[in-house]
Design a protein around this ligand. Structure first.
Ligand code: PBG
Length: 333
């Protein structure tokens, strides 16, 4: 088929795609190492590590191995880590008491990491699920996760973490009022520089499955988290959650999971113009890593494409288990 004379398209969007340098020049977004936050798993014991079957390539390490585990990430320039504990069953109880222990895994890891890498940002998850024997993020009273009683424990958990060197408290529990309660508690102790990155819009998601395996919390969880985490059907409600957390003093907000919720990232960033982060969660990691292991996806390309999509949606950064390999690619480029 030939184009009739005079009917040539005067605008050809393909012109700006014709070679690599033009494509680079007109690119609207860029992913850099500074956009990456790497979640890591810490476990009890000595000089040991273990693998997470549902997250191929992800390891848990003992505290004494942490420095070696993260050194490469620090050298690559990854700005911050998010720390998660695999608490032994013997230390779990109905009230999540271990969360308040200044010698718990997270606090020990934080002290060591601050000493070894003073310029590395440390993000501490605040919620009780790694520490409760029922697997819920708060304490249960009459079959319901009790909001206000849980807040009292979360504030202590946040304090012991901040005192151990955690720079950013990241409440992931979805209790109402947690950001305000934690901010008040931190300020009362003079911890005015400790930031709060709230998991503001956190959905009750099937995509957390592999993470619960990593923490050993999957089998223990009784029921689901639908009475506190958000309904995936909702979007306006996410804006209310974010507004509330900001009013209570959140410095940064997060949307979680990531890829299926890019519309939420976009709306939050557009509406509030605050640092908005996205968490590419364990199930998203498992999907890409699993498909790549089968040869069904090109791992490197799928990872980079998924990450630039977060930037395009308006994210300031991404928590991703791919952080180190993405940083390696970006450094190579
Ligand atoms: C704890 C918490 C969860 C995740 C981060 N913090 C699990 C949950 O809420 O059940 C999930 C992270 C991931 O899946 O990678 N409240």
């Amino acid at each position: 088929m030939s184009t009739p004379l005079g009917q040539f398209p005067s605008t050809r969007l393909r012109r700006n795609r014709v070679d690599g340098w033009t494509r680079r020049l007109v690119a609207e977004n860029a992913l850099t190492v500074s956009d990456l936050i790497w979640p890591i798993f810490v476990m009890e014991g000595q000089n040991a590590e273990s693998t997470v079957p549902s997250m191929p390539g992800v390891r848990r390490v003992t505290v004494d191995r942490i420095a070696g585990h993260v050194e490469h990430a620090v050298k690559l320039g990854i700005p911050a880590l998010a720390l998660f504990p695999m608490t032994p069953v013997a230390k779990k109880d109905a009230e999540g008491t271990e969360a308040k222990n200044p010698e718990n895994l997270i606090c020990r890891a934080a002290r060591l990491l601050k000493r070894e890498f003073p310029d590395l940002g440390l993000i501490g998850d605040v919620a009780l699920d790694p520490y409760t024997d029922h697997g819920h993020d708060g304490v249960i009273r009459d079959g319901y996760v009790a909001n206000d009683e849980t807040l009292e424990i979360l504030t202590v958990q946040a304090l012991v973490q901040a005192e151990a060197g955690i720079d950013v408290i990241a409440p992931s529990d979805m209790m109402d009022g947690r950001v305000g309660a934690i901010r008040t508690a931190l300020d009362a102790k003079g911890l005015i520089h400790t930031r709060i990155m709230s998991y503001a819009a956190k959905y009750a998601s099937a995509f957390y499955g592999p993470f619960r395996d990593a923490l050993g919390a999957g089998k223990t969880l009784r029921g689901d988290k639908k009475t506190y985490q958000m309904d995936p059907a909702n979007s306006d409600e996410a804006l209310r959650e974010v507004a509330m957390d900001l009013a209570e003093g959140a410095d940064m907000v997060m949307v979680k999971p990531g890829m299926p919720y890019l519309d939420i990232v976009r709306r939050v960033h557009e509406r509030f113009g605050v640092p908005t982060f996205a968490y590419q969660v364990s199930g998203e990691y498992a999907m890409i890593a699993g498909a790549a292991d089968h040869g069904w996806l090109d791992r490197e390309r799928a990872v980079l494409e998924s990450l630039i999509a977060f930037k395009r949606a308006g994210a300031a950064g991404v928590l991703t288990y791919f952080a180190v390999e993405a940083a390696e690619v970006l450094r190579r480029a």
